[in-house]
Write a protein that binds this ligand. Structure first.
Ligand code: MRU
Length: 373
């Protein structure tokens, strides 16, 4: 997508220096656009953990590039030393954040190709090629999510006789959360680019405000009409006919259709159900967990530092400042994700098409994943 008119992805190998990965450091957006160099697996692990990069597909892509950097750093003394280093790096990356399954999926894919290749140079080459391929495939999956999802927006637009389609979204499931296009935002961008009028209600998404800071910024960069709302407003808007559909992303969705996503998503789904408003989740297949059926029981929910709730940051006199919001001594709880049960999800928008949020629906689109279930 475009930033100040120039096309960017969220992660890439530095031009002229294949030992360095570059990312957009999202901690500074929307106020500062800063590109950060990552030159070791430790740097990548910190960037994921401290959310310089975030969003499930991007966490996966970052981990893949991290594994490539690990092959560059690995000692070439013996096969065993090299292998031990690479497996240690995989462990380090896996431990950064628990909820997005894309992380485990990407690390696994890189470990597999590195293990299956002989020779140090060949291992480095295959790791680089696979990380780049993974980023390209995720980009294409998001583009296809846009192609399928736009039909839903088109239908509503026709019913509304061309009046703007009001879409509510939560967190940032935009191109900043992916490699490009976004998941939830892909149908929005596709609709906007086709001249279908859309207007996006952007949940601010406390405590880290990914909606207010990131989704609002990227929609603005692309010229998509949007309004930032506090997290509690969605239900009211739905009751008054001001939301036509909800589209969110996900960090891990079970093969039965339970959706793990940013904290607060569940409440939006409940309100949507109560108001008969379709609630869609957009995801590339890398975000499915093919092993677990009960999302509430089995999707690991990240708990982050209480200070993310207690403090808030923003621009003041040209500088980003952080201020205390709560009484200094009040404890705070920071659950980063929740699970929306499949029964509240109208459908899943994937790169292969749109399906029901159910085992039948998911395996209908991905029959090769059915195994012995
Ligand atoms: O904590 P974050 O910012 O990494 O959480 C991101 C989300 O919850 C997104 O909705 C999700 O990763 C979907 S990304 C296309």
């Amino acid at each position: 997508m475009k930033v100040y008119g120039k096309h960017y992805r969220t992660i890439w190998i530095k031009e002229g220096d294949p030992n360095v990965i570059q990312i957009i450091d999202q901690r500074h957006l929307p106020h500062k656009f800063i590109i950060e160099d990552l030159s070791s697996v430790e740097h990548v692990a910190i960037a994921i953990k401290d959310m310089h990069v975030r969003g499930a597909p991007l966490i996966g892509a970052a981990a893949a590039f991290g594994m490539y950097l690990a092959t560059l750093q690995a000692p070439q003394t013996t096969e065993g030393d090299f292998r031990q280093y690479v497996l240690g790096a995989a462990e380090q990356l896996r431990a950064t954040r628990p909820t997005a399954i894309n992380l485990l999926w990407a690390v696994e894919r890189l470990v597999d190709v590195i293990e299956q290749t002989s020779g140090f140079d060949a291992k480095i080459k295959i790791a680089k090629e696979t990380a780049e391929l993974l980023a390209d495939e995720e980009t294409e999956a998001c583009r296809m999510i846009g192609e399928h999802g736009v039909t839903l927006v088109e239908n509503i637009s026709e019913q509304k006789k061309g009046e703007p389609v009001n879409i509510l979204t939560h967190c940032n499931a935009g191109w900043l959360a992916c490699v490009d296009y976004g998941t939830a935002t892909a149908p929005m961008y596709a609709a906007h680019d086709r001249g279908i009028p859309v207007h996006i209600w952007v949940d601010e998404t406390r405590p880290r405000n990914q909606g207010a800071r990131l989704t609002a910024w990227e929609l603005g960069q692309h010229g998509v009409p949007h309004t930032v709302i506090p997290d509690n407003v969605g239900g009211h808007l739905m009751q008054h006919g001001m939301v036509d559909t909800v589209i969110v992303g996900t960090d891990r969705t079970t093969y039965t259709g339970d959706v793990g996503n940013k904290i607060g998503t569940y409440l939006k789904a409940l309100a949507a159900k109560d108001n008969n408003i379709p609630f869609y989740t957009a995801l590339p297949s890398s975000t499915f967990d093919w092993e677990i059926r009960d999302g509430i029981k089995d999707i690991p929910i990240e708990k982050r530092d209480a200070d993310e709730v207690k403090y808030i940051s923003g621009l003041h006199d040209g500088e980003i400042r952080t201020v205390l919001l709560t009484p200094e001594d009040s404890p705070a709880a920071n659950y980063a994700f929740d699970v929306t049960p499949a029964r509240l999800v109208t459908g899943l928008i994937t790169e292969r098409g749109i399906c029901e949020a159910s085992e039948e629906g998911v395996f209908g689109l991905f029959p090769e994943k059915r195994k012995n279930k």
